[in-house]
Design a protein around this ligand. Structure first.
Ligand code: HEC
Ligand code: HEC
Length: 153
């Protein structure tokens, strides 16, 4: 079996032209040959400075600016809501879950957080303190609007 695997991988490598992105992605694996096991990078610390990040667009789920290691989210308990629920924010001083989290799929507001918003880290994720492996040329909408306004003048 290992031989056919290597064969398939080899064919893929020949077929795929090495684009800039692919070369950059290669850094995930590093220069280790395919048959060798690459040394895993050290685990990076999680961003935990309690500073909220700006969102890249209004509908973006904000990233989690604090550690969540060991926080239980299951049928019995939701650690996130212990701070982020409407009732808890007075004590925790955490931002309340957004009003959209009370809406069902038909846009009706429920009395409690909607089941489809219960598993918070389906959408919200903490960030690691690492240099991005792949470049990113995302341009913010405000920048685009400013550019357009300048062009019209
Ligand atoms: C002990 C209380 C506490 C718990 C538990 C907690 N948070 Fe937070 N969270 C906060 C506070 C306080 C902030 C405000 C920024 C800060 O101080 O880190 C915050 C900020 C956030 C933000 C950023 C909001 C924004 O507008 O930028 C998100 C998203 C978030 N938390 C998600 C979660 C999720 C998901 C969990 C569970 C996995 C969780 N939090 C558990 C207290 C908590
Ligand atoms: C299906 C995706 C999804 C899930 C699941 C989800 N969120 Fe969100 N969350 C979002 C999006 C998108 C936004 C930003 C737009 C908005 O407010 O709806 C947001 C916004 C927030 C904010 C910022 C609110 C504000 O007014 O600044 C907090 C805090 C938050 N969510 C916490 C949570 C917690 C805690 C849970 C779990 C109980 C959760 N979210 C589950 C998608 C999600």
């Amino acid at each position: 079996m290992p031989h056919s695997w290597l064969g398939a991988a080899g064919a893929l490598l020949i077929l795929a032209a090495p684009t800039a992105a692919a070369q950059q992605l290669d850094q995930l694996r590093g220069p280790a040959p395919l048959v060798d096991e690459a040394a895993p990078p050290r685990m990076a610390p999680v961003e935990n400075r309690d500073l909220r990040r700006a969102r890249n667009y209004p509908e973006q789920p904000p990233t989690i600016p604090h550690k969540i290691e060991g926080y239980q989210i299951d049928l019995n308990a939701n650690r996130c809501l212990a701070c982020h629920s409407r009732a808890a924010t007075g004590e925790s001083q955490a931002p309340m879950v957004s009003i959209t989290h009370f809406m069902d799929r038909d846009g009706q507001f429920l009395a409690a957080v909607s089941p489809r918003r219960y598993f918070c880290n389906q959408c919200h994720v903490p960030q690691h303190e690492v240099e991005p492996v792949v470049g990113n040329d995302f341009v913010d909408i405000d920048t685009i609007l400013t550019r357009e306004a300048e062009q019209q003048n």
